[in-house]
Write a protein that binds this ligand. Structure first.
Ligand SMILES: NC(=O)c1ccc[n+]([C@@H]2O[C@H](COP(=O)([O-])OP(=O)(O)OC[C@H]3O[C@@H](n4cnc5c(N)ncnc54)[C@H](O)[C@@H]3O)[C@@H](O)[C@H]2O)c1
Length: 313
């Protein structure tokens, strides 16, 4: 298939793009390359350095499906410039889906976020629960979903709500909980846990990529919204898992972010998806990559630091 991946140079997008190429697809990546481009050249890959807000510059001729990942991708980065975040995450998404329909694209898969639910007391957070987004980031994801779903009579829409992703990518992120705690242990022999009792869902980057490929294959047979998160564990649980692999002291400090949220992904599992990896696998892989020198604790691995440095606000 001929596919467009926006945000294909990002943490998830780099692994997803490589996987799609391995599967024999022809891939166009559109990415502003805020954090660089670590994609290897490939005869079936076209990389375009472009802002998704510039919808007209995105080539859609012959594209069958879009995997839309290019967003301002966490709470603090969205707070840096909320106007930019709304334009990129919502307005550009609307422009892209409109052009996609006009160009005959059949399927649109959107990287939303499990954070759209906000703080929930329910032990099972399913897709039908109300959304109480807290930050601009959460709100842009919720509104983008709603905008996209308003087009679902004209194009297959799949909104995926991922948990926090963990694992290794050529475009590494160390501002994600499992990756951050693992590198703290490796670098300092000490892990600082803020609070620690907040429960959060997780998904490995390997399973994340697999989820997108799964929906690509399912096409029009599985439209709608899907959670994608599997291990609902506390930050302290993660810290302890890290210390089983990388011996380190755990230091607990007060937290100003008491949010707990869980995810139930039974709807995704009912489509036939089977996760193959867990948090412990991701910790092992990050450890191996760090010790071998494949990843380093650079500024560029923290979205907020890189955005402050590379973009003007
Ligand atoms: N990583 C996670 O834990 C996680 C969890 C839930 C949802 N998500 C969502 O998944 C998607 C991918 O996340 P990620 O971790 O790979 O993030 P990332 O920040 O590593 O990648 C995002 C990519 O999008 C690009 N981008 C951002 N704004 C752009 C614009 N205006 N025009 C063109 N390119 C632009 C960036 O250059 C970057 O390469 C994001 O939409 C994110 O919100 C991620």
């Amino acid at each position: 298939m001929k596919l467009l991946v926006t945000g294909g140079c990002g943490f998830v997008g780099s692994n997803l793009t490589q996987r799609l190429l391995d599967d024999g697809h022809q891939v166009i990546v559109v990415d502003a390359q805020w954090f660089g481009n670590f994609l290897a050249d490939h005869e079936n890959l076209t990389v375009i350095r472009e802002d998704v807000r510039n919808a007209e510059a995105i080539p859609l001729e012959g594209v069958e499906a879009i995997l839309h990942l290019a967003n301002v991708a966490n709470d603090p980065c969205s707070d840096l410039n909320p106007k930019l975040s709304w334009e990129v995450n919502v307005l550009a998404t609307m422009q892209l889906v409109e052009r996609a329909i006009a160009c005959g694209v059949k399927q649109f898969i959107y990287a939303s976020s499990g954070s759209v639910y906000g703080v929930k007391d329910e032990p099972q957070v399913t897709e039908d629960l109300s959304l109480v987004p807290i930050t601009d980031y959460n709100k842009t994801k919720m509104i983008s979903e709603r905008v996209l779903l308003s087009y679902q009579d004209r194009i297959t829409i799949q909104c995926i709500r991922p948990a926090t992703v963990c694992g290794v990518s050529p475009r590494m992120r160390l501002d994600l909980s499992v990756n951050m705690l693992t590198v703290q242990a490796l670098k300092n022999g000490r892990i600082t846990v803020f609070g620690g009792e907040q429960t959060r869902p997780n998904i490995t980057i390997m399973d994340m990529v697999e989820v997108y490929c799964h929906f690509l294959k399912l096409g029009a047979s599985a439209p709608g919204i899907y959670n994608a998160g599997f291990e609902n564990i506390t930050i302290m649980d993660i810290a302890r898992m890290v210390t089983e692999i990388v011996p380190a002291e755990i230091v607990v400090t007060a937290s100003n972010d008491p949010r707990s949220y869980r995810q139930n992904s039974d709807k995704l599992l009912a489509t036939g998806f089977v996760p193959k990896y867990g948090v412990a696998d991701a910790i092992r892989m990050v450890t191996e990559a760090y010790r071998s020198g494949a990843i380093a604790d650079d500024e560029g691995c923290y979205n907020i630091k890189a955005m402050k440095k590379n973009l003007e606000f």
